[in-house]
Design a protein around this ligand. Sequence first.
Ligand code: 4AD
Ligand code: MG
Length: 467
Amino acid sequence: MKYMKRETIASIYADPKPASVTIAGWVRSIRDSGEFAFVTVNDGSCFGDLQVVLQKSDVSNYSEITSQNVGAALSVSGSVVLTPERQQPFELHAHEVCVLGESDPSYPIQKKGLSREFLRTQQHLRSRTNLFRAVFRIRSVAAFAIHEFFQERGFIYVTTPIITTSDAEGAGEMFRVTTLDVDSPPRDGSGNVDNAQDFFKTPAYLTVSGQLQAENFALSFGDVYTFGPTFRAENSNTRRHAAEFWMIEPEMAFCNLSQDMDVAEAMLKYVIQAVLTMCPDELAFCNKWVDKGLLARLQHVVDSDFARITYTEAVSILDAAEKNGTSFEYPVSWGMDLQTEHERYLTETHFKRPVFVTDYPKEIKAFYMRLNEDGKTVAACDCLVPGIGEIIGGSQREERLEELEARMEALGLNPESYKYYLDLRRYGGCEHAGFGLGFERLVMYVTGVENIRDVLPHPRTVGSADF
Ligand code: 4AD
Ligand code: MG
């Protein structure tokens, strides 16, 4: 077949009616009973498969087709026949089938129910399985819904640099970017590596967050957001940490912490509602095979108000839980960073819905967060959700130059690296706030998938950057 105008399987599902069509896709199964065969094909355009019915008497190459292996690419021309009495609403009665690409019998994902660990070694093929077809379509729909949410509200989309010379979080978890010969770098007179000879004439890194540059734009456009890749050389080998992940970071001028949380809550609800509307088949699959409570939970989140408590209140709740017999690996005391077990207790056991924890001790939060009146806590907010813990981290920013300088000095940050950030406080600096939503954590949340490695198309984690 030289020229092929193909219909997608999605378009047939959208409007099933008797018609002549040509489709192309990959074989999921073949059942041959001698005189006729059933071939299940998926073309990726939707979650559902297409059942092709093949009569030996109708096609010239029956044995060529029935001897194909799972994974082969085929085109099929035939008639759509409605089958309202059966499980699938229609089937395709084939007149002509062409083998477009054979599949070797070694095809690694023949069987159903392969483990996710095994499928992580097959990232080039795992998106042909039901689970990953569902996850990655939901990922795509969620990304679009995020843009839609902000665009509908007049936010400007700003892309921020991936290569940077400043540490936006001040946590020192950055990957170095260099063109120096790492085996024998040039040295200066005192024997230190001569960074002046590096590509940018100074040490450069992959960004951990676009926030600082988003702030520049917020203080000229008002409401902005970024949506891009971020990188963390965090040695955390957990199911929710990746070295490369995507983050959505809105930043809003003339906005305080409470308004910031209003936007975060509305955004999460909007995205979940969009996925509920756009991906019913995918969610039904996840609800059946991944997490039986998923659909009920998502609907509950859309319908409920998120709880809001201060860090100090959170510590009291956790303290009381310990006194009533809950045992945490890390005992709770004011001043400590909340661990995943604490976050999950708050959102899963205590509140049973998403919760914002605000006003953390300044020692455990980033330098740019606004110092509260008490001099001890900062105007931070983390949004915690059941099953995951922290999904969003945000804050009102320190807009007062002296306070910011004092904080940076206390933390030993070099003001030279943050010169423009300080400038922003000199020229019309104003109340402003923003947050970062970890996109993969959101996809985990809306699919019920427990491991971040299974919601990234090609995950990069400690010790692993294959594919
Ligand atoms: O809490 P974080 O570190 O906040 C920031 O980066 C701020 N600059 C955001 C802002 O206010 N504009 O990260 C924000 C979110 C976390 O809540 C989490 O969902 C996600 O990013 N995240 C990660 N996701 C996957 N892997 C990692 N290693 C992550 N680190 C953070
Ligand atoms: Mg955080």
